[in-house]
Design a protein around this ligand. Sequence first.
Ligand SMILES: C[S@@+](CC[C@H](N)C(=O)[O-])C[C@H]1O[C@@H](n2cnc3c(N)ncnc32)[C@H](O)[C@@H]1O
Length: 288
Amino acid sequence: MHDLSTEDEQDPLATHQDADLEIELLMEALFRKYGYDFRGYSKAHIRRRVTQRLRTSGLNTVSQMQDKMLHSPTFAEALLNDFSIGVTEMFRDPPFYQQIRQKVIPLLKTWPHIKIWHAGCSTGEEVYSMAILLKEEGLYDRTQIYATDFNQHALNVAREGIYASNKIKKYSQNYSASGARATFGDYIHTQYDAAILSNSLQKNIVWAHHNLVTDSDFTEAHMVVCRNVLIYFSKELQNKVHQLFFNSLVNGGILCLGNKESLQFTDHASHYTHVDKKQRMYKKIYAE
Ligand SMILES: C[S@@+](CC[C@H](N)C(=O)[O-])C[C@H]1O[C@@H](n2cnc3c(N)ncnc32)[C@H](O)[C@@H]1O
């Protein structure tokens, strides 16, 4: 027989008959009151995060959560952080950076000035990794990187470029595995328990607030990097954001997604060719 007791323990919302409706109303209220639009995010993702917040907040129902959110901007901020998931690291997925070096750098070299848009950059580690790689490949001085996220707190951390020193071992290992041309220590100096990234990496980075759901095209980009963001979006929302990327890329521009994301089955699948199938790197097909 199906054991309902353990299911309820795993998912407190399982006993709430109208949980899905309540979650929809919570998303609507969050958007109407604060402008944060999670209505098109994957239902499974939102439900997981709401469940977790219910557990830690001592509230009994999603409707109570809605009431609290409407009257407390701090609680609304906490929900924004719950839903946005900022997990990141430097040189995350080292083979991705290897393929950037081998397959994308030769393409970028054909442009005299290069614009890169990192969408959903979180606390900046991915962007600094790209800056290091471009420096080593001799392209950084002619590159402008626009790094955007809709989470202001994450952007503030990114701007500082200071990370806990206990992360550095992992970052350094990732860097070595990514086809490093130097040692990781060349790009940081440590102070107490913090690792501070070299100022020279900041030079060509513009950090900006941008919401992929509600804001428009960004720039004439030669490369758009949006990794581990669309995985949280519904199919419809993914299509909308792919339109934004398509509009933002120059002909022949490169699109990089996370390794659990794909252009396959999206409305734009036929508008790109593969640069590296495994690493989810695509090239926009020249339009007439
Ligand atoms: C898991 S992190 C990925 C960070 C980095 N790209 C990486 O792969 O390591 C997802 C990021 O997407 C951002 N994000 C989620 N929804 C967004 C939206 N609608 N507009 C802009 N950024 C968004 C979150 O704030 C978070 O920083």
